[in-house]
Design a protein around this ligand. Structure first.
Ligand SMILES: [Zn+2]
Length: 66
């Protein structure tokens, strides 16, 4: 079991989900995604904070099937 960050918690309407072993992993994956898909040139401290707060335990199947 790892961590998950749903991009929609930070960028409304985005279906991307970042998965990782740790919060750090998830944030790194998400920052790459945000740069590519949301045209961010840099991730500001408040963006990290927002993403960090939105990161939660990845309990897999509960989130699936929607
Ligand atoms: Zn996104």
């Amino acid at each position: 079991m790892g961590k998950v960050l749903k991009c929609s918690d930070v960028h409304l309407g985005c279906k991307f989900e970042a998965h990782g072993e740790s919060e750090e992993d998830v944030l790194r994956v998400h920052s790459e995604h945000a740069k590519k898909e949301h045209k961010l040139t840099e991730i500001r401290p408040e963006d990290w904070e927002k993403a960090r707060k939105a990161t939660r335990e990845d309990d897999g199947r509960k989130a699936a099937g929607r």
